[in-house]
Ligand binder design. Structure first.
Ligand SMILES: [Zn+2]
Ligand SMILES: [Zn+2]
Length: 83
């Protein structure tokens, strides 16, 4: 079983728009890199996607326009079937 995050590996380009101003969000890396004293917005998707938490890579997206940061869960790709 080999799961990779397409966003971490540069296989996809994040095209998430800011929910507030609809500007393009900047991808700021994995949320894992931000664990610690600074925890951005709570994982809104974690409650109804509890079973999916292992198969997503949470990325922190930031809007430079209105200084909003959101967490974008990225579904991992299963490479075991493709290789
Ligand atoms: Zn990732
Ligand atoms: Zn914005």
């Amino acid at each position: 079983m080999s799961y990779i995050c397409p966003l971490c590996n540069g296989l996809v380009v994040p095209e998430q728009a800011c929910p507030h101003c609809l500007q393009g969000l900047s991808e700021c890396g994995k949320l894992d890199d931000y664990t610690g004293p600074y925890s951005p917005y709570e994982l809104q998707a974690s409650s109804d996607m509890a079973d999916e938490t292992k198969s997503v890579c949470n990325h922190l997206m930031y809007c430079h326009h209105c200084q909003t940061s959101i967490v974008q869960p990225v579904s991992l790709w299963d490479l075991s079937g493709n290789l």
